[in-house]
Design a protein around this ligand. Structure first.
Ligand code: S3P
Length: 167
Protein backbone atom coordinates (compact mmCIF):
# COMPACT_ATOMS: atom_id res chain seq x y z
CA UNK A 1 0.00 0.00 0.00
CA UNK A 2 1.18 3.52 -0.54
CA UNK A 3 0.37 6.79 1.20
CA UNK A 4 -2.06 9.23 -0.38
CA UNK A 5 -0.76 12.76 0.00
CA UNK A 6 -2.96 15.83 -0.46
CA UNK A 7 -1.29 19.00 -1.68
CA UNK A 8 -2.67 22.36 -2.79
CA UNK A 9 -3.09 26.00 -1.90
CA UNK A 10 -4.44 27.22 1.46
CA UNK A 11 -8.20 26.76 1.45
CA UNK A 12 -8.18 24.06 -1.24
CA UNK A 13 -9.86 21.64 1.18
CA UNK A 14 -6.90 19.38 2.04
CA UNK A 15 -7.83 19.08 5.69
CA UNK A 16 -11.53 18.35 5.11
CA UNK A 17 -10.87 15.99 2.20
CA UNK A 18 -8.18 14.30 4.31
CA UNK A 19 -10.55 13.68 7.22
CA UNK A 20 -13.29 12.29 4.96
CA UNK A 21 -10.93 10.20 2.85
CA UNK A 22 -9.30 8.66 5.90
CA UNK A 23 -12.73 7.72 7.24
CA UNK A 24 -13.86 6.36 3.90
CA UNK A 25 -10.71 4.36 3.20
CA UNK A 26 -10.13 3.43 6.83
CA UNK A 27 -6.67 4.83 6.90
CA UNK A 28 -4.83 6.90 9.51
CA UNK A 29 -4.68 10.64 8.81
CA UNK A 30 -1.65 12.81 9.33
CA UNK A 31 -1.92 16.56 8.89
CA UNK A 32 1.55 18.12 8.64
CA UNK A 33 0.45 21.50 10.09
CA UNK A 34 -1.20 19.81 13.08
CA UNK A 35 1.80 17.51 13.57
CA UNK A 36 4.16 20.50 13.65
CA UNK A 37 1.91 22.43 16.04
CA UNK A 38 1.80 19.44 18.36
CA UNK A 39 5.52 18.88 18.19
CA UNK A 40 6.32 22.57 18.85
CA UNK A 41 3.39 23.10 21.19
CA UNK A 42 2.69 26.31 19.29
CA UNK A 43 0.23 27.47 16.64
CA UNK A 44 1.57 27.99 13.11
CA UNK A 45 0.95 31.74 13.28
CA UNK A 46 3.09 31.94 16.42
CA UNK A 47 5.85 29.81 14.90
CA UNK A 48 5.95 32.22 11.93
CA UNK A 49 5.92 35.29 14.21
CA UNK A 50 8.48 34.11 16.73
CA UNK A 51 10.79 31.80 14.78
CA UNK A 52 10.21 32.86 11.17
CA UNK A 53 9.03 31.13 8.02
CA UNK A 54 12.41 29.48 7.27
CA UNK A 55 12.27 27.71 10.63
CA UNK A 56 8.78 26.42 9.85
CA UNK A 57 9.90 25.23 6.40
CA UNK A 58 12.78 23.30 7.98
CA UNK A 59 10.30 21.59 10.31
CA UNK A 60 8.21 20.54 7.29
CA UNK A 61 11.23 18.90 5.63
CA UNK A 62 12.21 17.17 8.87
CA UNK A 63 8.69 15.78 9.23
CA UNK A 64 8.64 14.45 5.65
CA UNK A 65 11.92 12.64 6.30
CA UNK A 66 10.50 11.13 9.45
CA UNK A 67 7.40 9.93 7.58
CA UNK A 68 9.53 8.22 4.90
CA UNK A 69 10.76 5.96 7.68
CA UNK A 70 7.31 5.03 9.00
CA UNK A 71 4.18 3.24 7.78
CA UNK A 72 3.15 3.94 4.19
CA UNK A 73 -0.57 3.31 4.38
CA UNK A 74 -1.80 6.72 5.41
CA UNK A 75 -3.60 9.79 4.21
CA UNK A 76 -1.31 12.78 4.60
CA UNK A 77 -2.63 16.33 4.26
CA UNK A 78 0.05 18.97 3.89
CA UNK A 79 0.55 22.69 4.46
CA UNK A 80 0.01 24.71 1.25
CA UNK A 81 3.65 25.80 0.92
CA UNK A 82 5.24 22.43 1.61
CA UNK A 83 5.84 21.43 -2.06
CA UNK A 84 7.65 24.69 -2.86
CA UNK A 85 11.08 23.35 -1.84
CA UNK A 86 12.44 20.97 -4.51
CA UNK A 87 13.80 18.75 -1.72
CA UNK A 88 10.28 18.36 -0.36
CA UNK A 89 8.90 17.43 -3.79
CA UNK A 90 11.48 14.66 -4.04
CA UNK A 91 10.44 13.43 -0.57
CA UNK A 92 6.75 13.58 -1.52
CA UNK A 93 7.43 11.34 -4.54
CA UNK A 94 9.05 8.77 -2.28
CA UNK A 95 6.18 8.99 0.19
CA UNK A 96 3.36 7.94 -2.12
CA UNK A 97 0.68 9.08 -4.56
CA UNK A 98 0.38 12.86 -4.63
CA UNK A 99 -3.10 14.33 -5.17
CA UNK A 100 -3.30 18.03 -6.02
CA UNK A 101 -6.51 19.81 -5.02
CA UNK A 102 -6.79 22.78 -7.35
CA UNK A 103 -9.10 25.73 -6.54
CA UNK A 104 -9.39 29.13 -8.25
CA UNK A 105 -8.14 32.22 -6.35
CA UNK A 106 -11.78 33.35 -5.96
CA UNK A 107 -12.76 30.07 -4.24
CA UNK A 108 -9.85 30.39 -1.84
CA UNK A 109 -10.73 34.00 -1.12
CA UNK A 110 -14.36 33.13 -0.43
CA UNK A 111 -13.34 30.35 1.95
CA UNK A 112 -10.62 32.23 3.81
CA UNK A 113 -12.02 35.76 3.99
CA UNK A 114 -11.60 36.89 7.58
CA UNK A 115 -9.27 33.99 8.47
CA UNK A 116 -6.62 34.93 11.02
CA UNK A 117 -4.70 31.66 11.17
CA UNK A 118 -2.79 31.98 7.87
CA UNK A 119 0.15 34.34 8.44
CA UNK A 120 0.80 34.68 4.68
CA UNK A 121 -2.68 36.14 4.08
CA UNK A 122 -2.70 38.77 6.84
CA UNK A 123 -2.40 41.76 4.52
CA UNK A 124 -4.59 44.62 3.24
CA UNK A 125 -5.49 42.86 -0.05
CA UNK A 126 -5.67 39.09 0.53
CA UNK A 127 -7.24 38.36 -2.90
CA UNK A 128 -4.29 39.98 -4.70
CA UNK A 129 -1.90 38.06 -2.43
CA UNK A 130 -3.74 34.79 -3.16
CA UNK A 131 -3.54 35.43 -6.93
CA UNK A 132 0.14 36.27 -6.73
CA UNK A 133 1.15 33.33 -4.52
CA UNK A 134 -0.99 30.90 -6.49
CA UNK A 135 0.58 32.00 -9.78
CA UNK A 136 4.03 31.58 -8.22
CA UNK A 137 3.20 28.09 -7.04
CA UNK A 138 1.16 26.74 -9.97
CA UNK A 139 4.12 24.97 -11.57
CA UNK A 140 5.31 23.60 -8.28
CA UNK A 141 2.00 21.88 -7.54
CA UNK A 142 1.70 20.56 -11.10
CA UNK A 143 5.25 19.19 -10.89
CA UNK A 144 4.59 17.40 -7.61
CA UNK A 145 1.19 15.96 -8.58
CA UNK A 146 0.38 12.45 -9.77
CA UNK A 147 -3.31 13.31 -9.89
CA UNK A 148 -4.97 16.74 -10.21
CA UNK A 149 -8.52 17.40 -9.08
CA UNK A 150 -10.23 20.71 -9.88
CA UNK A 151 -12.23 21.47 -6.76
CA UNK A 152 -14.29 24.52 -7.78
CA UNK A 153 -18.04 23.92 -7.60
CA UNK A 154 -17.67 20.31 -6.43
CA UNK A 155 -19.00 18.80 -3.24
CA UNK A 156 -16.60 16.95 -0.94
CA UNK A 157 -18.37 13.71 -1.90
CA UNK A 158 -17.63 14.38 -5.58
CA UNK A 159 -14.01 15.20 -4.85
CA UNK A 160 -13.51 12.02 -2.82
CA UNK A 161 -15.16 9.89 -5.48
CA UNK A 162 -12.90 11.40 -8.11
CA UNK A 163 -9.78 10.71 -6.03
CA UNK A 164 -10.79 7.09 -5.39
CA UNK A 165 -11.50 6.54 -9.09
CA UNK A 166 -8.17 7.99 -10.17
CA UNK A 167 -6.01 6.12 -7.69
C1 S3P B 1 0.99 27.84 4.23
C2 S3P B 1 -0.18 27.10 4.37
C3 S3P B 1 -0.72 26.71 5.68
C4 S3P B 1 0.39 26.63 6.73
C5 S3P B 1 1.18 27.90 6.75
C6 S3P B 1 1.81 28.23 5.40
C7 S3P B 1 1.44 28.21 2.86
O1 S3P B 1 -1.42 25.46 5.59
O2 S3P B 1 1.23 25.53 6.46
O3 S3P B 1 0.33 28.94 7.15
O4 S3P B 1 2.63 28.60 2.71
O5 S3P B 1 0.64 28.10 1.91
P1 S3P B 1 -2.86 25.26 4.87
O6 S3P B 1 -2.58 25.03 3.42
O7 S3P B 1 -3.41 24.05 5.53
O8 S3P B 1 -3.65 26.49 5.11
Amino acid sequence: MSNIILIGFMGSGKTTVGVRLSYHMRRTLIDTDKEIEKQQDMEISRIFAEKGEAYFRALETELLKKMIGSEHDRIISTGGGLPVKPENRALLRRLGTVVYLKPSPETVYKRLKGDTKRPLLQCPDPLARIRELMAERAEVYADAADITVDVDDKTFEEIIKEIEEEI
